[in-house]
Structure formats: structure tokens, C-alpha cells
Design a protein. Structure first.
Length: 187
């Protein structure tokens, strides 16, 4: 395919990302561009103002370290070698919570939203969690993020709690909605 409007995304894991010197070298810059643009546009990614390049580099370093220790998974979506989305989960740190992990973030470039990139990332991360022996995968989302909440429900997540008006963005308040996918119920 020759146009990023028609090509299918390729989902890579952390090992594939770090083994490709070109993609690895561009990962921080590309992830920073996506995250900063999304936050600038009002996306619910945990920042009120766009993160700096250094914040994104530190975050990705932390995630890669966790992946190398078997305590996380990182996935990146590319269309024609251009990063268009990323997501990760991390295992909980507390010893009593170690069998579980939190799907921390899925971010998709606004230019390709609605093309299944978020679903492909989430599906790959769920499969990674199953293979890693995670018992319960949790996540939280801002209550006004209807598309993400619908995707999580479609992938089998169930809502287990809600904190009304918990997320503060300036004067605006949003619910924080908690979801879980319990792999123990699958057999």
C-alpha cells in the first residue's frame, strides 16, 4: 500500500521495536508527537498539558524496563513504518497484587482514529497479559471517553466502579471509570 489512509497497521511488541534500530531510534520522538498532540486536543491520557519529550522518554524507559523484567507489555502500531499508536500494561508492584496488571495507556494518532488501531493494540495487549499469566487486567478511563469505554466493553471488560467527578481538568470534572477483564473466569 502506498497511502497511510489505506494501509493496515502492523502491531509490534517491545522486542521487535528494540531490535529495529531505525524504529527504536525514532520511538521517543514519534510517541512524544502522538501523546502531545492528543493531550493538546483534550484527550484523556493523564496529562493536563502536553508531556515534554523527556517525560515521554522516561515513561517509555520505565515501560521497557518492566517488559524486560516480565512485568509489562508494550505494543506499537505502525503504518508504513510511521508510529500511529502505542499502548502498554504494567504488573502491579504490591506483592499481594502481583498476579494482576493495569492497562495503563492506549494512544492512537488522531489521523487514524476509527480505523481499528486502538482495537488492534488492545487485543495484542490482552493476549500478552494472558501469556504472562495475568489473572485480572484492569484499566480506568475518563467518563466522557465514550469510544474507549465502548471498545473496552466490546473486548470483554466489565465496569466495576466509578468515582463521580474525580478527574479535574481546570474547572471541568469527569468521572473516573474502572474496568476489569478477569481471565480466571475463562477456564
Amino acid at each position: 500500500m502506498t497511502s497511510s489512509g489505506t494501509a493496515e497497521p502492523v502491531i509490534l511488541d517491545a522486542a521487535e521495536l528494540t531490535s529495529d534500530p531505525e524504529l527504536g531510534a525514532r520511538l521517543v520522538e514519534s510517541a512524544h508527537r502522538i501523546l502531545a498532540d492528543l493531550v493538546r486536543g483534550g484527550a484523556a491520557l493523564g496529562w493536563v498539558t502536553p508531556p515534554s519529550r523527556d517525560e515521554v522518554a522516561e515513561l517509555l524507559g520505565h515501560v521497557v524496563t518492566a517488559v524486560q523484567a516480565g512485568d509489562g507489555a508494550l505494543r506499537a502500531a505502525y503504518i508504513e513504518r510511521r508510529l500511529v499508536g502505542l499502548g502498554y500494561w504494567l504488573r502491579y508492584v504490591r506483592p499481594t497484587h502481583r498476579p494482576h496488571a493495569d492497562l495503563e495507556k492506549i494512544a492512537v494518532d488522531a489521523a487514524v482514529q476509527g480505523r481499528g488501531v486502538g482495537r488492534a493494540l488492545a487485543t495484542a495487549l490482552i493476549a500478552d497479559a494472558r501469556r504472562a499469566g495475568v489473572e485480572v487486567l484492569t484499566l480506568d478511563a475518563r467518563g466522557d471517553n465514550g469510544e474507549a469505554l465502548a471498545l473496552y466493553r466490546a473486548l470483554g471488560f466489565t465496569e466495576y466502579g466509578r468515582l463521580p467527578d474525580f478527574v479535574a481538568v481546570g474547572e471541568r470534572r469527569y468521572d473516573k471509570v474502572f474496568h476489569m477483564l478477569d481471565f480466571r473466569r475463562e477456564g
